[in-house]
Structure formats: structure tokens, C-alpha cells
Design a protein around this ligand. Sequence first.
Ligand SMILES: [Zn+2]
Ligand SMILES: [Zn+2]
Length: 484
Amino acid sequence: MKHDCHYHPGDPAKWHCGECQVHYCTRCMPDADTRQRRALCPKCNKAMRYMGAATEVIPFWNRIGAFFRYPFHSDPLIVITICTLVPIVAPANLIGILIWLVLALALFKYTYAVINHTAEGHLKPPSVSVAFTGSGFNIVILQLLVFIVMGGLVGLAASVGGPLLMLLALAFVVLALPASIMVLAMERSVGAAVNPMNLAVLISRIGTPYFLLYGYLILLLLASGMAQDFALTQFPIWLSQPLSGFLNSTFTLILFNMLGYLLFQYQEELGFAADIQDETSDMDMHQRDRSTRFDADIDMNLKDGNYDRVQGMLKESLKQNRLDPVRLEQLYQLLVARNDAIELYQYHPRILGWLADRNDGDGIASMLNMLELAEPGFKLDDAELAVRCAQCLYHRGQFKLALRLLQDFHKRFPESEELAPAYLLVAQTLANGMGQWEKASAFLTFIQKRCANHPLHEQIPVFLAQVEKRELLKGPKATFLVQE
Ligand SMILES: [Zn+2]
Ligand SMILES: [Zn+2]
């Protein structure tokens, strides 16, 4: 049974909370530790079960082509080439036999590593070094022991129950052989690999696909045998021998890759969890931080319809970080969507500041209209914010609103440094936006009289001259001359 995320239908679930009976995807669990397979439920804070990639693994019968391409990656090709070609040129003496033995061991080890590697979700083959370094060369002896024990079991069946029981035992051994190889590769234990109960459980958990795989394995063996036979009969010995060795290794890798993939595909049923391991999933670890968890919580609560809770979370977060633009935007959007004029009014200085930072004249305009509804005759009591907002409005062509924002500025903020820029903006709005040149001229004259100390003061004659000629008020031409 494959599950989707409760909050993102269509996205495969990666985590399941047994307490809340909710499935979560990776997007919902940015703070989860995939490597350690640990995550806490966002609702009840209990540890959750990792589902791995079980929910999104492509069934093996839909990727047969990928199995055949598997041995032709550079790493397995190097291993196969070394292990099949070197023994041929090795001297025909004791050293030659030794080389042959070591390389056979390495190839053997590599093929078993393919099962583990694939079962863990690596879709690319293990690196060359796996064949020649580290421990695990005893896998050959273990596999040999498995065969001996199995032979012993069949022999025992024959002596106890006669030919019928022997045939049954033989049939079971043949049927369970792939399962036994899988168990041996994963657990490295002869006992586990020959335990009939163990094998029967594995086969029954996988179910029909095991027999489908079995069919593929027989086809592969037949194909491999025919290809090798063809090579041996059609080519001279110096070519046919390495060729048949190469074919043999290639088919073994395909086969073992399939076995590993079967484990990977049925991980959930078999009781372990692995995720597709590619380079990008290494990122998961570093991205864990609290703000992504917060975003995921907000997303979930919105989808659950807990708007009050989301509002509370955002307000709480804005207490810690008063001007966090991300949270301000979220709060703004939520309040607008909920048409919550009272809260909008309460947060208007920060929201307007954020909108002005983004140069969002239209946003400011709709915000002002909402504030006007909440409090008719609304006036901003922050001089600098008023000028910044009016500038955005002016640039969006919202001339009337810009003027309204700066109305009676000299009475509301008589001592403000912003008076000169505010009235210059008013003059520009009147002249450039509305063609009211006389009024614009009056505001410019006002600055000339009242703001003698402001840096803008010395530019006023230029503006007045522009008004005189009915030119757009742009101020003095920019100059790159250094002033003396
Ligand atoms: Zn999700
Ligand atoms: Zn829970």
C-alpha cells in the first residue's frame, strides 16, 4: 500500500506518525534527519516511522533496461576488465594462479557488494575500490558453506523421506536460491541464508514479484549461457575465453543488481527503509533549520484551516524579528485574505514599510484603501514612511493617493527633515501628474522659504524654472563634476 502526503496529495509520503495516523512528505518535514531516519511528528512531537523511498520506487519490471545498462558504468567495467583480462596474460605458474585467485575473489566481493549497494538505494554501481579493499572477502567461503549446507539438507531429506522428499527439498532449494543470496549479501550469515523459515518469509513477503524475478533470472542465465557458448564455438580461443569471462561477469552483475533492487523495492514489506541515494540528497542534511520547519507548519495549518493559529504563529515570530520580510509578507497575505481590517490597522506601519521596500505602489494603494475603511480619515503618523509610500504611489501613477498621504505635512510634522522631500514630491505630483503648475509652484516656494537648511533647498530655483517653462519637474541635470 503506497501512501501520499496528507498535505500534498500526489507527493509520496516519507514519514508516518502512528499516533496521529498522518503521512508526511519531505516538504512537510524539512527538519527531518533522513540519514538517521529520525523525525518528530509536527503535531504530537512523537518519533515517526521512516518509510524511505518505498512509496516512490519504480517497480523492477518497469526498469529492465536500467539493469542491462548497469554493468556498463565505468566502475563495474573496470572491475570486470581487470578481473577477466589480467588472469589471461598472467604467467602459467604459482604466481599466475595466485593472481587469478585474488582477482576472482575481488570480482566475487564486488558482485555481492552490488546487492547491498542497490538495496540501500544507490542506483549507480559501487566504486572500483570496493572490489579490492576492505574486509568482506570471506563472502566466497560463506557462499560455499551455504551451498554445502543446502546440499546437506537435500541429502538429509533423501535419507529421511526418500526420493519424494528429496525432490521437494531440491525444489525448495532451487526456488529459494535467489532469496538465500539476498539474505547472505545483506546479513553475511550462513545460518540466516539457509534457514528455510527465513527464506520462506522473505519470499512470501515479496509475493508474486519474486516469481516474476525468478523468471527473469532464468532467462538471464539462459541468455548468458547461450552467449558464452556462441563465443566459445565461433571465435578463436584467445578471443573467446576473455569474451565468455566478460559475458559471465556482466550477466552476474545484472542479476545481482536485480536482486538488490528487489530488496530496495520491497523494503517496507521486508522491514527496512532506504531512500534513493544520489548526490542531491546529501543536501537534505544541511538544509535543516528552524525557519523551514516554521514554513512547513504554516503550510500545514493553512491547509487544515487553522487560520487563527497561523496568525498567532506569525505574530509571535514578528515579536522576535520585528521586520522579517518573509513573515510580514505571510501575515499581510493572510490578513488581506481574511479581510481583517483591524489587524491590518495594527500592523500597518510595518506592512507599509515592507511594501515600500518592495516598491509595491499598488499594494500600498490597496492597503491605504483598507485602512481608510477601518478608520475614515486615516493618517500615517510616521513622516519618513509617509514620504516613502507616497514615492511608490507617485511612481505607480496613484497621484491622488500620494497627495492624500502628504496632506498638511507641514502641520503634521512641522520639524521633520522630511518636509522638503515631501513637498518636492507634492510639487512633482501636481506638475508632472496632474498638470497643476501654479499649485506646484506654491509648494516649491514654500520649501524655498521654510527649509533653508535642507540640501534640497539649493535645487529649488531649477525646479521653479522648470515650472515656469511647463517642463517636467526633474531637478538639476545630473553632473559628474566634482564640486569645489
Ligand atoms: Zn507534504
Ligand atoms: Zn503525531
